[in-house]
Ligand binder design. Structure first.
Ligand code: SF4
Ligand code: SF4
Length: 93
């Protein structure tokens, strides 16, 4: 039996996307004043990026680990678990 790597396990996870209902909201004004930009480096799925001076999160692929909320140094994030059965469905713990 083949032992899967963490990356292979993540690829098997399933996402139910609640279109137009992001569970992570970003206060761009607070991000402008942020000197660390921790979110860009801390997300295990590399979902954060900076585009045209704004912080973007590709929330549909979120692993719901909460790391970005924990490391955000300016409290710029509003984060809640996706409602109504949306979000990630883990198949490998
Ligand atoms: S760490 Fe927080 S405040 Fe800083 S850029 Fe990222 S989301 Fe914005
Ligand atoms: S909760 Fe985790 S996976 Fe989701 S955006 Fe934040 S750091 Fe990335």
């Amino acid at each position: 039996m083949k032992i899967l790597t963490d990356t292979e396990k993540l690829a098997l996870d399933k996402y139910e996307v609640n279109e137009g209902q992001p569970h992570i909201l970003i206060n761009q004004e607070l991000c402008q004043a942020c000197s660390t930009k921790n979110c860009l480096f801390a997300c295990p799925a590399s979902l954060y990026s900076e585009q045209d001076g704004e912080i973007i999160v590709e929330w549909a692929g979120c692993l719901e680990c909460g790391t970005c909320l924990a490391v955000c140094s300016n409290n710029a994030l509003t984060w809640q678990y996706p409602e109504g059965g949306f979000g990630i469905i883990y198949r490998y713990g």
